[in-house]
Design a protein around this ligand. Structure first.
Ligand code: 4AD
Ligand code: MG
Length: 497
């Protein structure tokens, strides 16, 4: 048995493949089976004259997602998916599937999410999971090659580290306990034992936000480094993101193709330095006249585009009546494209004025909302690293600058409106100041005693950050929503399958 992604090594040889029927079509004495086996897709052609009666019967009884074994000769064929075609000599059915609920026609997202266990077999979902896997592997490679040690932090915890409003409460032998929002505090302890560490595990947030960026259970990668300051932390984050993007571009071009990802949007990241600025500078840009003008111009260009698209739609509609069959198909495809783009423009008409209002009225001291991030990122084609945040809106463990007003934190915003993918900081390393912070925040000192020990016994400057895996996958794959970036998403209103 061989796999579809190895067909190139078996051209003109007879091979046996095991898999499932992805698509099925028959015409007279020919059956076309698009077969998938987990590694890829290939077209298998069964000609009645080439197979025995039993095999022909098997081939004509197939339905979508039936499992089967196929033997045939591999032919190189550029026009065929994957560049090969199988000329079938034998078909063995393993199971004829029942009527498969997911058909090639369009389905609503709720329906697909209810059938997530089956939806995972679809091409786009398959491709996204392959990219996710590549990103995971790239992250491990990046850190391991630099001498970082991976550690596992606990899921049951006794305290909040990222604000009490997003805690999932549970019970631990009759004691209240929480699902970890972050592994950071444990990472800090481990960094004092090993120097350079990273966690890679599930984290939980009970935010009641139903946005395309929020999951209740998501995977976070949290490096923590002894003797690092904010700038070293940022250099590391930048190198890591660049390495991830470069790896996916090198190894998962085909999957990005299936996802119809515009890779020219990712390519600049391989070379160009990221943009760095302080929160205060970012606020100045957000509230500037230049930003307001940019949004006005955007509105104007959308109006022009709408006009052009509507005109084109009229013209091809007229042409459709008398067009040849192939051209009719082309026109219909273009009509769908135009429809989708017009919907987007409609949405922009609603959004742009709101973005403009929100940007113009933004006040120093607030956190950026999703729309503020979107507006900021319209101006850059590489990630933006925002530092020196108002201390009040950042976590208690962040070190402050000399003025005491700013937290030495960094948020990394991804391009194309994907928002914050990294949050990090230099940590407060002074025992007295840390005590003050914990008191100010009204946190339970008792549960943080062990954490304060890290400041009592050989405290050193240190820093770290957390990368959200699903947001990273969404951005690199160009997916609209994080629900398609994890096999079985957990989010408000979604606990099954
Ligand atoms: O900014 P956050 O809350 O930072 C921390 O948890 C720090 N303890 C990290 C550290 O310094 N070690 O979360 C980090 C990242 C965010 O930038 C985002 O990418 C992701 O985690 N994230 C989420 N992803 C999906 N759904 C959610 N509800 C998320 N909340 C945060
Ligand atoms: Mg954050």
């Amino acid at each position: 048995m061989i796999y579809i992604n190895q067909l190139a090594n078996h051209v003109d040889q007879s091979v046996t493949l095991k898999g499932w029927v992805y698509n099925y079509r028959s015409s007279g004495s020919l059956v076309f089976i698009e077969m998938r086996d987990g590694t890829g897709l290939t077209q298998c052609v069964v000609a009645k004259d080439d197979v025995n009666e039993q095999a022909w019967e098997a081939a004509t009884s197939l339905k979508q997602e039936s499992s089967l074994e196929i033997t045939g000769t591999v032919k190189a064929d550029e026009r065929s998916i994957g560049g090969h075609e199988i000329h079938v000599s034998d078909v063995q059915v393993i199971q004829i599937a029942e009527d498969y609920p997911i058909t090639p026609k369009e389905h609503g997202v709720e329906f697909l999410m209810n059938n997530r266990h089956l939806w995972l077999r679809s091409q786009r979902q398959w491709a996204a999971m392959r990219v996710r896997n590549e990103i995971i592997f790239a992250i491990h490679t990046f850190f391991q090659d630099r001498g970082f040690m991976q550690m596992d932090s606990p899921i049951f915890t006794g305290n909040a580290a990222e604000g009490s409003t997003t805690l999932f409460e549970t019970e631990f032998f009759e004691e209240p306990a929480y699902l970890a929002q972050t592994g950071q505090l444990y990472g800090e302890a481990m960094a004092m034992a090993h120097g350079l560490i990273y966690t890679f595990g599930p984290t939980f947030r009970a935010e009641k936000s139903k946005t395309r960026r929020h999951l209740s259970e998501f995977w976070m990668i949290e490096p923590e480094m002894a003797f690092y300051d904010l700038e070293m932390n940022m250099d590391l984050a930048e190198d890591m993101i660049r390495f991830i993007v470069k790896t996916v571009l090198d190894k998962r071009r085909a999957e990005l193709g299936i996802l119809e990802r515009d890779v020219t949007k990712l390519e600049p990241l391989v070379e160009k330095p990221f943009i760095r600025m302080t929160y205060t500078e970012a606020v100045e840009i957000l509230t500037s006249d230049a930003t307001a003008t940019m949004l006005d111009e955007m509105m104007e260009s959308r109006k022009q585009e709408e006009k052009d698209l509507k005109q084109e739609r009229e013209e091809i509609k007229k042409e459709h009546g008398s067009a040849k069959k192939w051209r009719k198909k082309q026109i219909e495809a273009r009509q769908v494209e135009i429809g989708a783009r017009l919907d987007q423009i409609e949405e922009d008409y609603r959004n742009i004025p709101q973005w403009k209002e929100s940007a113009k009225n933004f006040e120093w001291g607030n956190d950026f909302g999703g729309s503020d991030e979107t507006v900021l990122m319209m101006q850059y084609d590489v990630p933006l690293m925002v530092t020196h945040w108002p201390a009040e809106i950042k976590a208690f463990y962040m070190k402050r600058d000399e003025s005491g007003k700013h937290a030495l934190g960094v948020d990394v915003l991804a391009p194309e409106g994907y928002g914050e993918i990294i949050g990090g900081s230099q940590r407060e390393d002074d025992l007295e100041l840390m005590y003050e912070r914990i008191e100010e925040e009204g946190l339970d000192k008792g549960v943080f005693e062990w954490y304060l020990d890290l400041r009592r016994f050989g405290t050193v400057p240190h820093a770290g950050y957390g990368l959200g895996l699903e947001r990273t996958v969404a951005w690199i794959c160009g997916l609209q929503h994080v629900r398609e970036t994890i096999p079985f998403p957990r989010m408000m209103g979604r606990l099954t399958p």
